[in-house]
Design a protein around this ligand. Structure first.
Ligand SMILES: [Zn+2]
Length: 403
């Protein structure tokens, strides 16, 4: 076992060096692309925008897309573009049909069987020589998992997947997007909890504009375990956990990014490095990669003038092996979650100094909180959450290249 672990580490390190050629520039390109403040202009008018199908802009105040609406949109994308293919993930606890999207260049999708084979070989490299591993790394494409989250009341993640897919499929003439499509295989899950997305969104639609608009939802948003759907990874009791982990074994992704939305107030986004303690068997190289990704995202946010990114802290440690977005680290995959800020659902809120605790009212700069957020309007996704999420995606793609 120890030998295998050493070999895995060694191979990962070698592959990292092999694959890093010229990739930094691609990563920077991807980041710059998704961080733009310019309204998105589709370059391919035959591909429907989310707005044209949903009847509202993704991220608009008081508006959310249910999973049913989201899946309908993704199916329309698949029907209108040859850069996206939907894959069946299985049934959910409440018997919904569950899909994820594979997005990449036409050539990569045509060759997907070979790329999956390479991914398997590199994930299980016991019989590979260094030369063989290097050759496979050269031939293969990094596989990146990004999803809409599994805590359904944290609504931004699932909404942002609609915009991200549309952007990638309609900006193919943009060199930055082309670089992504040519060099990454993206597994984009509209949601890791389709049941919950429908439950929460339908409840919100029913109560928006009433005195109960911001009230907590009285139902479980996962049939059996609600919020503890992210405590199930070590025993995979839920069908959703089983489907996700089975599909991860099928693809062996190089990066897994799961969206959450509980950044501790007043921070606007929490990013790795994780808080202490971390699991004792965390592979050191993978831990370093996760740290690097979190820091790179924060740097990019600062570059774009977006304040409020924070790391570590006290809440988000990586000790517990039941987090589905951390357990893969123990399987030698850089995996992590991020937490953007949330008020309630799609309802905006204006924060003033009265909302800040005494120790935060001075806006003191901290080592890992370089640009304290000072209040004002917070919109769940359009102005902030999705903006951040899309930016993050660029950095993630870049990191995949570095790997
Ligand atoms: Zn969460």
């Amino acid at each position: 076992m120890k030998h295998l672990f050493t070999l895995l580490m060694k191979t990962s390190s070698q592959l990292q060096r092999v694959c890093s050629k010229g990739l930094t520039s691609i990563i920077l390109t991807i980041s710059a692309l998704l961080i733009t403040n310019v309204p998105i202009q589709a370059q391919n008018s035959s591909i429907p925008s989310p707005e044209s199908i949903l009847g509202f802009k993704v991220g608009a105040d008081f508006k959310l897309a249910s999973y049913e609406e989201s899946l309908d949109y993704f199916q329309k994308l698949e029907a209108s573009s040859d850069l996206i293919e939907l894959q069946y993930a299985g049934k959910t606890s409440e018997d919904r049909s569950w899909y994820y999207a594979v997005i990449s260049s036409k050539e990569n999708l045509a060759n997907i069987k070979r790329y999956k084979e390479i991914s398997q070989l590199l994930a299980h490299p016991e019989k590979l020589s260094v030369a063989q591993a290097k050759a496979l790394a050269q031939e293969g494409k990094p596989i990146v998992h990004i999803d809409g989250g599994l805590h359904a009341i944290e609504v931004a993640g699932a909404q942002h997947t609609l915009s991200l897919a549309h952007y990638l499929l309609t900006h193919t003439e943009d060199k930055k997007v082309k670089d992504i499509l040519d060099n990454v295989i993206l597994l984009l899950w509209p949601s890791l909890n389709p049941d919950g997305q429908d439950i929460v969104v339908n409840w919100y639609k029913e109560h928006v504009g009433t005195p109960y608009e911001a009230a907590p939802i009285p139902w479980l948003y996962q049939k059996y375990i609600d919020h503890d759907n992210n405590r199930d990874a070590y025993m995979v009791n839920m069908i959703e956990s089983r489907n996700i982990t089975r599909i991860w074994r099928e693809w062996e992704p190089n990066i897994i990014h799961v969206h959450h939305q509980s950044s501790p107030f007043p921070t606007r986004i929490w990013l790795p490095p994780f808080a202490e303690p971390v699991a004792t068997r965390t592979p050191p190289l993978v831990a370093r990669e996760v740290n690097m990704i979190g820091m790179a995202i924060a740097q990019e946010l600062e570059t774009q003038g977006l304040a409020g990114a924070v790391h570590m802290g006290k809440g988000f440690d990586a000790w517990y092996p039941g987090y589905i977005d951390y357990l893969p680290v123990l399987q030698n995959i850089p995996a992590y979650w991020t937490e953007t800020a949330l008020y309630r659902y799609a309802t905006p809120y204006f924060y003033t100094l009265k909302d800040f605790s005494t120790d935060r009212k001075g806006f003191r700069i901290e080592s890992l909180y370089s640009s304290p957020w000072k209040g004002g309007w917070w919109r769940y996704l359009y102005a902030n959450g999705i903006h951040s999420s899309i930016k993050l995606c660029r950095k993630i793609f870049k990191s995949a290249f570095i790997q």
